[in-house]
Design a binder for this molecule. Structure first.
Ligand SMILES: [Zn+2]
Length: 321
């Protein structure tokens, strides 16, 4: 038994990877999730994808020691059920781990995707050498993961680190979680794109108007690009999102006193533009002794941080069995 399988189960695509000892990925493939077809069809697609992965790598299933899955959503570690996943409709209450163990006849672990990404960066990326870190995934939503004292911290049921749902603004925009004014509803890629579209609908003069096609296609990347080119209205959208991000991180840092804060995900790829503004607002509000020596850094593992994290967690889990 010398191989491990890591799965990143996203709302739009699934990535599966085969790794040897030391978490080196030897083969990987991605395919559409087809989340709209329901859980049974997705699990069938996952089974097919893993079979193809093994066949392509010339690896027998008997050489695989276990499967680690990271997925977006509230996964209850105590009950081993998916309590709620906004990207996987119809999965609420699904005993994902048991279903997968029955399907594959192998030991399986399941973890929240941002938590797995935090552990991946801790073991192999920007968080190496830090025992206490906080990672934020900035994309269509905002996820968070915590490594405290060198261990992944899940809280009492595995839900810890939901920084995206810190309530930042009374009577703010509605959030996918059912509350209002959450960080995610104010500063995610989805929220930034929505502000851009509102700006167009209000008739404000902006470089965003140059964008061809439907206003509904306008994405956060378009707002970032317009801001980079000096568009004032787009710049104010980025500035406001960065303000809420910086303050939410200051709240979290005051509680946790991390050694590093890592930003990952599609929005973090905007680089200096976002980091400069988030750092400015963060250091203006965080408690000064906590700010000393605390760095806000970019993730280093790209799209593989979740898979590398779940592989490391899987090997550790199997070594205790
Ligand atoms: Zn929320």
């Amino acid at each position: 038994m010398h191989y491990y399988i890591g799965v990143d189960l996203g709302g739009t695509k699934i990535r599966v990877a085969l790794a040897g000892v030391g978490d080196q990925i030897v083969a990987a493939r991605s395919f559409p999730t087809g989340a709209g077809r329901g859980a049974a069809a997705v699990l069938q697609a996952l089974q097919g994808g893993i079979n193809e992965l093994l066949a392509g790598a010339g690896c027998s299933r008997h050489a695989v020691a276990g499967i680690g899955v990271c997925a977006a959503g509230f996964y209850d570690r105590e009950e081993d059920i998916m309590v709620h996943s906004p990207n996987l409709p119809g999965w609420d209450g699904l005993p994902l781990r048991r279903e997968l163990e029955e399907l594959f006849g192998l030991p399986v672990i399941v973890e929240n995707d941002a938590s797995a990404a935090a552990y991946g960066e801790y073991r192999h990326g920007a968080g190496r050498g830090q025992e206490n870190l906080l990672l934020l995934t900035l994309g269509t939503g905002i996820g968070g993961g915590l490594v405290l004292g060198g261990k992944l911290y899940g809280g009492s049921r595995g839900f810890a680190g939901e920084i995206g749902h810190i309530p930042m603004l009374p009577d703010g925009p509605r959030c996918g979680c059912g509350r209002s004014g959450c960080l995610e509803a104010l500063a995610s890629g989805t929220a930034i794109a929505l502000e851009g579209r509102k700006l167009l609908a209000a008739g404000t003069s902006s470089l965003l108007r140059e964008k061809k096609g439907d206003a509904a296609d306008l994405g956060a990347a378009d707002v970032f690009e317009a801001a980079r080119r000096g568009d004032g209205a787009a710049g104010r959208i980025i500035e406001q999102a960065s303000f809420f991000l910086g303050r939410a991180l200051a709240i979290a840092a005051n509680i946790l006193n991390p050694g590093i804060i890592i930003l990952s995900g599609g929005m973090a790829a905007s680089g200096d533009q976002l980091f400069e503004a988030v750092r400015r607002h963060f250091y203006a509000s965080v408690s000064p002794p906590i700010a000393a020596g605390l760095e806000i850094a970019a993730a280093q593992l790209g799209a593989d941080s979740g898979i590398l994290g779940i592989l490391a967690l899987l090997r550790e889990y199997l070594s205790t069995q």
